[in-house]
Design a protein around this ligand. Structure first.
Ligand code: UDP
Ligand code: MG
Length: 318
């Protein structure tokens, strides 16, 4: 008896990609049709406000291997990838962008790794032709900081282009439902057999990048808070340092007082007060950030809301 043909799910998050989609579909299909694997193309429409949904509905109507999950509004790229994992049915699930910056030509290589027994295939960018210098530097700085602060090791240049096997999908689906999250980080830290493959990021085919510097910054802060408790301990360090400083000032004051009488310390007092309050507020702010995360976890609102689906017959695949 022949083995059941394996299936690969390609999860594509889509936010206002009306212009890029036809090209992406063509490219992806060309590669997928040449595989020895069955395939499904699972598009997650993340509340696009252009004609993306209509383009996707058309594709779904003419190709039953195109499956579509459409959100009620924009929930963000991460939420879209999570929905993709939730609805996927493949033995291997590949997450990629719709703008062809993640080249579909890499799919055969990924599946080769999967056939060799890898559960996690991490795609590492060698060159990013459309990222500016600023994005390059901030991304490198981000990985430096996060690796210094947390005890898990992150691959620099890892992207939202990765593939996971069904059993990793199940782990991610069941156990990583955090509201403030960093999916890429989970993928790198679930364990299993992992490999890195290199790819050269292409140029966006059409449309514009949806990530502003502000969005990227808040994303970076959230990730650090998610993966590290170190900032919470800053209060203890700051307390120790300023305590020691206060003690030294006290000794100095007593010494001056004994030798030359009451010291005139107006400037010192003002400087110290400003400094101490700065430290105090900073720490209160950091604690506030963690409380915000706890709060969103407590509220337990959905990561995404699905408005409609196409070619998906059960509510959620298992
Ligand atoms: N995306 C999304 N939701 C968003 C923003 C982006 O699903 O809120 C999708 C977008 O359509 C694309 C992918 O995520 O397929 C990556 O976004 P983009 O290309 O804008 O980011 P960049 O490649 O510039 O980092
Ligand atoms: Mg892109």
């Amino acid at each position: 008896m022949v083995d059941r043909m394996k299936t690969v799910t390609v999860v594509v998050s889509v936010y206002n990609e009306e212009q890029a989609l036809p090209e992406f579909y063509k490219e992806a299909k060309r590669v997928l049709n040449g595989l020895s694997w069955e395939h499904e193309l699972l598009f997650v429409n993340d509340g696009s406000v252009d004609g993306s949904l209509q383009v996707l509905e058309k594709l779904a109507a003419q190709d039953e291997r195109v499956r579509l999950v459409s959100f009620s509004r924009n929930f963000g790229h991460e939420a879209a990838m999570i929905a993709g994992l939730d609805y996927s049915r493949g033995d291997m699930v590949i997450c990629m962008d719709a703008d062809l910056q993640h080249p579909p030509e890499c799919i055969p290589k990924i599946l080769e790794a999967a056939e060799a027994g890898c559960d996690v295939v991490n795609m590492v960018r060698t060159k990013n032709r459309s990222a500016g210098l600023l994005k390059g530097i901030t991304s490198a700085a981000f990985y430096k900081v996060i690796n210094a602060l947390s005890d898990v090791e992150f691959e620099a240049n890892a992207s939202d282009f990765f593939a996971v096997s069904r059993r990793v999908v199940l782990v991610l689906k069941d156990s990583y439902r955090e509201k403030v999250r960093f999916l890429r980080g989970y993928v790198q830290n679930v364990g299993f057999r992992r490999t890195n493959l290199e790819y050269e990021a292409g140029v966006r085919v059409a449309g514009q990048s949806k990530y502003s510097i502000r969005k990227l910054f808040s994303f970076a802060v959230n990730t650090i808070l998610c993966f590290s408790n170190l900032p919470l301990k800053l209060g203890i360090y700051a307390g120790a340092v300023t305590g020691a400083l206060g003690f030294a000032v006290m000794i100095y004051t007593i010494w001056t007082w004994v030798r030359v009488g009451a010291p005139d310390g107006y400037a010192t007092i003002v400087v110290l007060i400003c400094f101490m309050f700065a430290v105090l507020f900073l720490i209160v702010g950091i604690i506030g950030e963690y409380i915000a995360i706890l709060f969103s976890e407590l509220k337990d609102r959905p990561i995404y809301i699905v408005e409609k689906t196409e070619n998906i017959n059960q509510s959620r695949a298992t």
